[in-house]
Design a binder for this molecule. Structure first.
Ligand SMILES: Nc1ncnc2c1ncn2[C@@H]1O[C@H](COP(=O)(O)OP(=O)(O)OP(=O)(O)O)[C@@H](O)[C@H]1O
Ligand SMILES: [Mg+2]
Length: 359
C-alpha cells in the first residue's frame, strides 16, 4: 500500500480538496483507496457527506472507550473508496500524547493492520503538530499543495525541514513532492511565483497542476467529489491527470524493480556457471605461492594464495567463468609459468604465460 500524506501548515491551500479528489480519481482508475481524515475540522469527512459515530480518535487515543481498530472505524464511500473519518476529539490528542514515547508512530501502527488498499491518502490539519508528524511518519511520500502566493512559498521551507527531521530522527524513508494548486492563469503573478518554484524545487514538482475552478468548491459543498459533480470540468481533468501521474510513477518504479529482480536472477544463474579450476605446484622449499592472471587483473593476493598440502605440494582451487585465461605462479615473489601445463603463450616481456581454457 502506497501511503501519501497531504500536508501543509498553511490553511486553505487545497489539502482537503486534493485528498478527496485525488482519492476519487485513483478509485476511477480501478485502485482501492482509503482516505484517512486526520484533521479535527473533519472537512474531508464532511466533503464526502460521511457522518459516523466512530472516528480516527477511537483508533489513535488511549482514552477512547472502547479503543477501536482502524478496520472498525472505516466507512465505505463507494466500491473501492473508503474513508476513516475524523472528529473534533482528535484535537485533544496533541495534549494526550505530549509525554508519550512512540507517539509519532501511532498512525503508522494503525495502518499496518490493513493491507487491502492500493493507496492510502491522509488529509492533515493546517499545523505541524503531532497529527501531521504521525502522518509524515506513516507515509512514503508527502504531497505538499502550494497555492501561488508568496506566503505559501515561504512556509514551504519549514515544512520540508520537518520532513527531513522525521527522515533522520525517526529513521523513516519519506520523500516529498509539491503540487501547485488553485493556479489562476489570469494572473501574471501566478506565473512569476510558479517560475521561481520551478527553479528552486526542480524535480520536486508534479507535472500536473490544479487550476482554480469553482466546481471544486461547489462539489465539496454538495458533499461529493468533483467527478460526481461535473466530470468534464477543469477540476476533474486536473485531478485525473494527477492520479495518472502518480499511478504511472508507481508502475515505472515497479517495473524498474522487476527489471532489477530479473537482472539479479540472470546474474545468479551466471554465478552457477562458475567452474572450478585446480592448480598444483611441487615446491618443497617455497614459503608462499600465489596465482595471478587475467581473472584477477594479474594481482596476487589472499584470494589467490596456495595452501600447503603435503610432501612439498601446494594447491589452489579457483572458481572461474568459462573462458580463456593467461596466468602465472608467483613463488616467493618470483613469477614463473605452471610447470604442469604445457600450453603457454609468450607475453610482452618474452616470457611464457600458462594458458587455461575453461568450457
Ligand atoms: N483549485 C481550486 N479552485 C477553486 N477553489 C478551490 C480549489 N482548491 C480548493 N478550493 C477551495 O478553497 C478552500 C480551501 O480549500 P481546502 O479546504 O481544500 O484547503 P485546506 O488546505 O484543506 O484547508 P485547511 O488548511 O483549512 O484544512 C475551499 O473552499 C475549497 O473549496
Ligand atoms: Mg483541510
Amino acid at each position: 500500500m502506497e501511503i501519501f500524506a497531504i500536508a501543509n501548515q498553511k490553511g486553505g491551500c487545497g489539502k482537503t480538496t486534493t485528498a478527496i479528489n485525488l482519492a476519487a480519481a485513483l478509485c476511477l482508475n480501478q485502485k482501492k483507496v482509503l482516505l484517512v481524515d486526520l484533521d479535527p475540522q473533519a472537512h474531508a469527512s464532511a466533503g464526502l457527506n460521511v457522518e459516523s459515530e466512530k472516528s480516527m480518535y477511537d483508533c489513535l487515543s488511549n482514552f477512547a472507550k472502547p479503543k477501536l481498530k482502524i478496520k472498525e472505524v472505516i466507512v465505505k464511500v463507494r466500491d473501492g473508496f473508503s474513508i476513516a473519518p475524523s472528529s473534533l476529539l482528535l484535537s485533544t490528542l496533541e495534549q494526550e500524547m505530549a509525554e508519550d514515547i512512540g507517539r509519532e508512530g501511532r498512525l503508522s501502527a494503525a495502518l499496518a493492520e490493513i493491507d487491502h488498499y492500493d493507496y492510502c491518502i491522509i488529509d492533515c490539519p493546517p499545523n505541524l503538530g503531532i497529527l501531521t508528524v504521525n502522518a509524515i511518519r506513516a507515509s512514503n511520500r508527502i504531497i505538499i499543495p502550494v497555492e501561488m502566493s508568496r506566503f505559501s512559498v515561504s512556509g514551504l521551507e519549514y515544512l520540508i525541514r520537518i520532513v527531513d527531521l522525521v527522515r533522520q530522527r525517526l529513521n523513516h524513508e519519506v520523500d516529498f513532492k509539491i503540487l501547485v494548486t488553485i493556479f489562476d492563469s489570469r494572473l501574471q503573478h501566478s506565473f512569476e511565483i510558479f517560475d521561481a518554484m520551478k527553479q528552486k524545487y526542480s524535480g520536486k514538482l508534479f507535472n500536473s497542476m490544479i487550476h482554480i475552478n469553482v466546481k471544486l468548491k461547489e462539489a465539496a459543498s454538495k458533499g461529493m467529489s468533483v467527478f460526481h459533480f461535473d466530470k468534464y470540468c477543469r477540476g476533474s481533468k486536473d485531478y485525473f491527470s494527477l492520479a495518472r501521474e502518480i499511478i504511472s510513477a508507481k508502475e515505472s518504479t515497479q517495473s524498474t524493480h522487476q527489471q532489477a529482480q530479473k537482472m539479479a536472477e540472470i546474474l545468479n544463474k551466471e554465478v552457477d556457471k562458475f567452474l572450478q579450476a585446480e592448480f598444483k605446484l611441487y615446491a618443497p622449499e617455497a614459503r608462499d605461492v600465489y596465482i595471478a592472471g587475467d581473472f584477477n587483473q594479474w594481482t596476487p593476493g589472499e584470494h589467490s594464495k596456495f595452501q600447503q598440502a603435503k610432501d612439498g605440494l601446494w594447491v589452489k582451487a579457483l572458481k572461474l567463468r568459462p573462458g580463456r585465461y593467461r596466468y602465472r605462479f608467483v613463488v616467493d615473489g618470483k613469477w614463473q609459468e605452471d610447470p604442469n601445463n604445457p600450453v603457454t603463450e609468450i607475453n610482452h616481456f618474452g616470457e611464457p604465460d600458462s594458458l587455461l581454457e575453461i568450457k
